[in-house]
Design a protein around this ligand. Structure first.
Ligand code: FAD
Ligand code: FES
Length: 484
């Protein structure tokens, strides 16, 4: 199931790398973060090569709802409390700058991508406005011109909303299509690391002075240790036609609430998310469809898709040097579902680091900060979960026998002297896969919505025949098929 952005943009195939090359900067991963960083570095006169494992902008960027905003949920009050007013003001400044920077770039290059300034609303369906008022006060102290508002255009009653005026929305793939025309990019060129300055792809190597990892979840585990301080959450989006257009962009202050924005003739309704690999009855397409039906009974679903993003332990993206031990490696990840504005922030920070310029925001996003106060609780919680999934990956148990797995269903079964995941397709054919994640060994979980095997530790995903869909794993699963 593709997003409306993907359907709308027909990108021509770009070549895979087929020879050895040299450059100043190699960028691994052609999503929003990688392409923006590549663009600004190339503008500064460096020779930049972008290597993409699959196709340009067909990773998580293709599944975004593409609000460009400094309003990232209920965030500023907590950031101010844990890291202080300077941190909150820096975060606000960086993200407000990012919105203006998109506008400047889009106007300068005449990019037809539906960019429009909108008000972002964080709404509550309850009557207690106190949490929003606290957030309002912190946002104002951080320099955001916010206010409490009572917009009337939603199809359900709200108690009020925190409004951030002058935010924006756009069509992310039309924007990136224009940017790509100026860059040297190789598709279908998955990277493995051969040395600090040498990247290997199946068709050739790239020797680079500096390397930027914008591959969503960094796949080099040591150094960096991103696996120890970031998990992944998955979320769902429906595009509806025949629903009244919205002027504003909306997000529930509750984490399990709905996100809404208009996109051309469509209304985008998002939500029902969960940690990748941990799906419950309130998650996925079914509850989102039920909400859509209740709110917009006259509307028709034209597209449905899911995407996922890295959630850093302390709530701040990791942007900067990959590790103190690798001064020529850089990273941008952990955008916690706000990677439109923060990819632009990342492009600014990474360009400035590489070009040895001062950057006013780099200190806050430094991947090697130690914000214990902000992240300790989540580190302990995530660490506990990873240990549990690692343990169950090492000592799996069968949930059923192969015969008990019905067409369209999956289970963990004993086969060939071990434990395997089995999905039976509608024709009755059995698709077996190993259920230990090749990244670090966690126990994969069946995702019946997207028919994939998903890792709850760091979000790697595999199709029914073990083919890698999402990293940080770098290889597929052992797999075979059997007739019934
Ligand atoms: C449902 C949903 C809605 C969202 N809505 C919003 C929103 O409204 N506003 C907002 O600001 N943010 C939003 N986000 C977040 C935003 O979409 C992401 O943060 C952003 O798209 C991430 O971009 P990226 O470049 O890091 O990752 P990606 O777009 O995934 O790009 C990474 C690329 O790296 C490639 N890659 C991986 N491994 C390798 C390798 N070994 N070699 C070469 N290439 C590799 C992948 O193929 C991929 O193309 C949303 C997220 C979700 C899940
Ligand atoms: S993604 Fe890290 S163990 Fe699976």
């Amino acid at each position: 199931m593709g997003s409306i952005w993907e359907r709308d943009v027909l990108q021509k195939e770009l070549p895979a790398l087929q020879e050895d090359k040299q450059c100043d900067v190699a960028v691994v991963g052609a999503g929003m973060a990688g392409l923006l960083a590549a663009f600004y570095l190339q503008q500064a006169g460096l020779k930049v090569i972008v290597l993409e494992a699959d196709k340009v902008a067909r990773g998580q960027t293709a599944g975004t709802t593409a609000k460009i905003t400094a309003q990232h949920g209920k965030f500023y009050a907590n950031l101010e409390k844990t890291l202080g007013p300077r941190a909150a003001a820096t975060y606000a400044q960086a993200n407000l700058w990012a919105i203006s920077q998109y506008q400047t770039l889009i106007e300068q290059r005449h990019i037809d991508c539906g960019f429009s300034r909108r008000t972002a609303y964080l709404y509550t369906r309850g009557t207690d406005l106190e949490p929003l008022e606290r957030e309002l006060a912190a946002a104002r102290r951080a320099g955001i011109n916010a206010q409490i508002a009572h917009p009337q255009e939603l199809p359900f009653a709200i108690g009020g909303a925190l409004a951030f005026p002058n935010q924006a929305q756009f069509h992310p793939l039309r924007f990136l299509q224009a940017l790509c025309a100026t860059l040297e990019i190789y598709e279908h060129s998955p990277v493995t690391v051969e040395g600090t300055h040498v990247l290997r792809t199946p068709g050739g190597r790239v020797r680079a002075g500096q390397v930027i990892f914008t591959c969503h979840f960094p796949f080099v585990n040591y150094p960096g240790l991103f696996f120890a301080r970031m998990h992944v959450q998955r979320s769902y989006v429906l595009a509806l036609s025949g629903a009244p257009a919205l002027q504003g962009m909306y997000l529930d202050e509750q984490e399990d609430g709905l996100s809404l924005r208009s996109a051309g003739d469509y209304l985008l309704l998002g939500g029902c998310g969960h940690r990748t690999g941990e799906m419950g009855p309130a998650n996925g397409y079914a509850p989102l469809r039920a909400a859509a039906k209740a709110l917009y009974p006259q509307a028709r679903e034209v597209a449905a898709w899911a995407a996922q993003d890295g959630i850093p332990a302390d709530g701040l993206p990791y942007i900067g040097r990959y590790s103190p031990r690798k001064s020529d490696w850089f990273v941008a990840c952990g955008f916690k579902k706000w990677g439109m504005s923060t990819s632009m922030v990342a492009a600014s920070i990474l360009s400035d680091l590489i070009l040895e310029r001062e950057n006013p925001w780099a200190w806050l996003f430094d991947p090697h900060r130690l914000h214990l106060r902000a992240g300790a609780k989540n580190l302990v919680k995530d660490g506990g979960k990873s240990v549990r999934y690692l343990f169950s990956g090492a000592f799996p148990r069968a949930s059923c026998t192969p015969r008990q797995v019905q067409p369209g269903a999956a289970g963990i079964v004993r086969a060939r002297g071990g434990h395997y995941g089995l999905y039976r397709d509608e024709a009755g054919r059995a698709h077996y896969v190993s259920i230990r994640c090749p990244h670090l060994g966690c126990h994969l979980q069946w995702n019946g919505q997207d028919k994939s095997w998903d890792c709850p530790c760091h979000g790697s995903r595999f199709d029914i025949d073990g083919k890698l869909i999402n990293n940080p794993a770098q290889q597929g699963l052992l797999a075979w098929q059997e007739d019934s």
